[in-house]
Design a protein around this ligand. Structure first.
Ligand code: ZN
Length: 685
């Protein structure tokens, strides 16, 4: 046995190098139920069909040593599949930290017959429950703004991760896996928690090379293994050292984990919140429209911009967001962002934008950071064929969508129309993205939105890009966005840059992010089922996870503004969380006059946003810090203004009017607020 002990934990490896104890001193709780492995290595044998082989920890010859503040596990050669001796070494260092434990791995490959592809580390392994009551436990997981998974020791985790079960080893383990940086892992941490205690697992990586958040649940033993996967892809003669994985036990729920991550991001994670123009901070949402559709049909042309803006303004919005403004129509011929003569040409487009400006409004224009059409001039004539991510299979990676009108022949008689994903490691792409922004900003646009900004960071096997390894494909992406931000600001401090998706290290370069699905849980869409509090346990939304960690970042809602179905719940939940309204009426082919009831409610909420502007639009989201509320049917979130005062947003999704008493824990003031059935409101406390 080898034990590391400090003020917060006692951590033990047994003689096999398995984690046999993780003892949380503050709660006297032992987390490990059955000793578990802490590493697994995946390798390929060069020039053979053996592309995905395993070195299991079990049965390896390892030396373990313990000093005061560190345990070292070393494996100087390995036995792979079929008894293959692999001349490679692995060193794991388990370091005492003031908050708990940090683990650092090193790999060296001396064996020309193999490539060491990936290293799966699970320093906390074989755990079952935090406090002896597995039903009380949750996982907080950073998909989009965040989700939570109840009872993880008995839950089918791979379904939450979106995997098709037939394709994975679910007979042995069911896993949560997601690649950071992407909308599927917007931050590099997760938390295992209940209401009283928890365990933070965070990566302290700053290389931006591929990283997979990893939870493995053994389907036979019902135990969990927590950690991260890295992709060194080491050839013979190469070495690799990973940055630390932090394993910090804590009191309180996931908020404690959020504070650990925030502290890392502020100290060595390079996080600097963006400074944005006032009009952008005060924006409560936009009307998003597609002018020209993928099948060439015009919903509107440039001469309709004034009327569209007036409709948005009447509902309390001052921003119009234009898609399908380009000649090819929406989702075709990208990145040829050319003004369309058929829609009225440069003159009419400029006139439309000028009209909006004269009315005090703003216009945003769409670009895609991700997609290249093989039929575009860029691809055919500007060297664009060198830009796409080249997959392991030697192909460009398609991203395919067919948008249709009344017809079916395009939509179901054909596969979806492909475009292909661009690699952030292709310098020509970054130049093209600057060129595209210039086209929009010179027309007078107030901002450009880079769509599909946080897609899967697929590995890229193209040889003429800037990345050294396929798994490094996205290492420059955050810097690219920072560069684009600086470029956009050269057109004026009032110009803004936006992207689709929330990813922390990209978000800090964005004035606003266009969120992913932010609909409330299904239970809360219906005012009757919203009254069933016993089912609240199964609600999976945890949007607070990202918002609480990075309250300076502004994001919109999504999939909430298309029709009038459940519109009170959609808008109320969005307002509760301070999400700006992404109004996509009739799939961006309609305008606010199509949704009169919704529009009337938005006018009320927009007025509330402005009434509590210094808290809700210019202040910081503090979730449930700083106050108590006494009615479990009403959702209440806190906001702190720069002057230190507090307000709350409230949402009552049930069918009855409710009263709630909010007590400010700092001042002791109690405020009684009534919230009508299915409505949202706000109050200073
Ligand atoms: Zn590449």
């Amino acid at each position: 046995m080898y034990t590391l002990k400090n003020d917060v934990l006692s951590y033990t490896l047994d003689d096999r190098g398995y984690n046999c104890s993780f003892f949380h001193l503050a709660t006297n709780h032992e987390y490990v139920k059955i000793p578990g492995t802490v590493w697994k290595l995946i390798y390929s044998v060069t020039g053979t069909e053996q592309v995905e082989c395993v070195v299991w920890q079990d049965g390896q010859k390892q030396q373990i040593s313990a000093c005061k503040d560190v345990l070292i596990l070393r494996c100087n050669s390995m036995i792979g599949e079929d008894g293959r001796l692999i001349d490679a070494s692995l060193t794991l260092r388990f370091l005492s930290a003031p908050q708990g434990l940090r683990v650092i791995a090193e790999l060296e490959n001396r064996d020309p017959s193999v490539i060491l592809q990936e290293l799966q580390l699970t320093p906390v392994s074989g755990v079952h429950s935090l406090s002896g009551r597995h039903n009380d436990d949750f996982i907080a997981w950073p998909r989009g703004l965040g989700i939570r998974i109840p009872n993880p020791a008995y839950n089918d985790l791979s379904t939450y991760a979106g995997f098709r079960k037939y394709e994975r080893h679910d007979q042995f383990h069911t896993d949560m896996d997601a690649l950071y940086q992407s909308d599927h892992a917007s931050m590099q941490w997760f938390d295992w928690y209940n209401s009283e205690e928890g365990l933070y697992i965070g990566s302290e990586d700053t290389t931006r090379q591929a990283l997979c958040l990893h939870i493995e649940r053994d389907t036979h033993l019902n135990v969990l293994r927590f950690g991260m996967i890295r992709y060194p892809m080491l050839n013979a003669g190469e070495q690799w050292q990973g940055q630390a994985i932090a394993c910090f036990p804590h009191l309180g729920d996931w908020h404690a984990g959020s504070r650990f991550y925030r502290a890392f991001m502020e100290t060595s994670g390079g996080y600097v919140p963006p400074k944005r123009p006032d009009w952008c901070r005060d924006m409560t949402g936009w009307l998003r429209v597609i002018l020209k559709q993928q099948h060439g049909k015009l919903n509107w042309d440039y001469s309709d911009i004034p009327a569209l803006y007036d409709e948005a303004a009447a509902a309390g919005f001052n921003t119009l967001y234009l898609l399908g403004w380009e000649k090819g129509g929406f989702a075709r011929m990208w990145p040829d962002y050319i003004v369309d003569e058929r829609m009225g040409g440069v003159e009419k487009l400029k006139e439309g934008i000028d009209y909006v400006h004269k009315k005090g409004g703003r216009v945003l224009m769409f670009l895609s950071y991700a997609l290249v059409d093989h039929n575009s001039n860029f691809y055919l004539n500007e060297g664009g064929e060198k830009v796409p991510i080249r997959s392991l299979w030697g192909e460009d990676i398609p991203f395919s969508e067919t948008y249709c009108g009344e017809g079916t022949y395009r939509k179901i008689g054909n596969p979806a129309m492909p475009m292909y994903l661009a690699c952030p490691g292709a310098p020509l792409w970054q130049e093209k993205m600057k060129w595209a922004a210039k086209q929009c900003l010179e027309l007078g646009a107030d901002g450009v939105l880079y769509d599909i900004g946080g897609w899967f960071p697929y590995f890229c096997y193209a040889e003429d890009h800037t990345h050294k390894k396929p798994s490094h494909s996205h290492e420059s992406k955050a810097a690219n966005y920072s560069d684009l931000r600086n470029y956009v600001k050269t057109f004026g401090d009032n110009k803004i840059i936006l992207m689709e998706h929330n990813v922390d290290i990209y978000g800090q370069s964005m004035d606003i992010s266009h969120g992913s699905n932010s609909q409330p849980d299904t239970r809360l869409l219906d005012p009757i089922s919203a009254e069933n509090l016993s089912d609240a346990y199964l609600d999976s939304r945890l949007s607070e996870m990202y918002l609480y960690t990075f309250p300076e970042l502004i994001t919109t809602n999504r999939e909430c503004g298309q029709d009038e179905d459940h519109y009170r719940a959609m808008a109320g939940y969005s307002f509760l969380l301070g999400l700006r309204f992404d109004m996509t009426v009739y799939r961006c082919c309609g305008s606010l006059k199509n949704l009169p009831n919704y529009t009337a409610y938005l006018m009320e909420l927009n007025a509330l946003y402005h009434r509590y502007e210094k808290h809700l639009l210019r202040g910081l989201f503090v979730d449930t810090d700083g106050f108590t509320a006494d009615n479990p049917y009403v959702y209440v979130k806190g906001w702190q203004a720069e002057d230190g005062t507090m307000a709350v947003t409230l949402w009552n999704p049930t069918s009855q009017s409710r009263t709630v008493t909010i007590t400010n824990t700092q001042t002791g003031n109690a405020t009684v607020v009534s919230v009508a059935a299915e409505m949202a409101t706000a109050a200073e406390i």
